[in-house]
Design a protein around this ligand. Structure first.
Ligand SMILES: NC(=O)c1ccc[n+]([C@@H]2O[C@H](COP(=O)([O-])OP(=O)(O)OC[C@H]3O[C@@H](n4cnc5c(N)ncnc54)[C@H](OP(=O)(O)O)[C@@H]3O)[C@@H](O)[C@H]2O)c1
Length: 235
């Protein structure tokens, strides 16, 4: 039986990388009911195994975060369940972002996934978030979107994360009156398909840090840009 006191997590991009470790971390902590979204549940073997071993605490949903119909079907499937934490984790980084090799179509796609989708998810789940006692929206951004760190290259990725930071900063102000805390987080440079083998930390460390930060957030934190280790990140 699910404990009536369980908090509800909505997690996107849960089938691999940081998202999969976040699902594992929240399950290990106990007290959380997880609705995990992924594009293709049929091929999400590791996530399906988690759902099989935790049938009352993890439900896998098909969720393509750039597709309005998919997002609204997902939100509708939650009914009036209060959502305590929305973790916008799904993201992409296309390989064609240098001056000699810019793929503008991929850049547009990246904006859809990294910038528009977190807003789409937040607005779709706003009714369920408003029903929770301490609702939080955490969007996994990146240090690569920080305007305080002048860097070149990765034009699509950097601009998509800078843009989602700005969108979430505004959302924090707009949703403050509804009691919803909105933050963005840098998860560290993480050894995933995206981060690569030479990245600094493993997904377990990143997920543990994000868990620790996200579960302690209150409305007093709204509008912050934080790192997985709890430190502030410059905008
Ligand atoms: N790894 C790092 O060093 C690092 C650093 C800074 C920020 N981040 C951010 O951390 C988050 C997770 O990254 P990661 O390293 O775990 O990446 P990853 O291993 O490449 O995993 C990306 C996840 O996002 C999902 N996704 C991509 N497009 C999607 C869409 N349109 N709809 C639904 N799901 C979609 C993927 O699903 P599929 O399997 O279906 O593709 C996958 O589950 C991202 O937002 C990323 O930008 C990562």
């Amino acid at each position: 039986m699910t404990s009536p006191a369980a908090s509800t997590l909505v997690l996107t991009g849960a089938n691999r990388g940081i998202g999969l470790e976040l699902a594992r971390r929240f399950l290990a902590a106990g007290g959380w009911r997880i609705h995990a979204g992924c594009r293709d549940p049929e091929s999400a073997d590791a996530l399906a195994e988690l759902a099989r071993t935790h049938p009352d605490r993890l439900t896998v949903h098909p969720l393509e975060v750039t597709d309005a119909a998919s997002v609204s079907a997902f939100a509708a499937s939650l009914g009036d369940t209060p959502v305590d934490l929305l973790l916008n984790n799904a993201g992409m980084l296309n390989p064609h972002q240098t001056l000699d090799d810019i793929d503008f179509d991929a850049w547009e796609r990246e904006l859809q996934v990294n910038t528009l989708a977190p807003m789409r998810m937040a607005l779709a789940l706003r009714p369920q978030l408003r029903r929770a006692g301490n609702p939080r929206i955490v969007t996994i951004s990146s240090q690569m979107g920080s305007l305080a760190r002048p860097r070149s290259g990765s034009y699509a990725y950097r601009s998509s994360k800078a843009a989602v930071n700005k969108a979430m900063q505004g959302l924090a102000l707009d949703l403050q009156g509804e009691g919803i805390c909105v933050v963005v987080m840098h998860p560290g440079w993480v050894r995933t398909d995206m981060g690569g083998a030479s990245a600094e930390i493993d997904p377990q460390e990143s997920a543990a840090g994000i868990f620790s930060v996200a579960t302690k957030l209150t409305l007093a934190d709204t509008g912050r840009f934080l790192q997985w280790n709890g430190e502030e990140h410059p905008w």
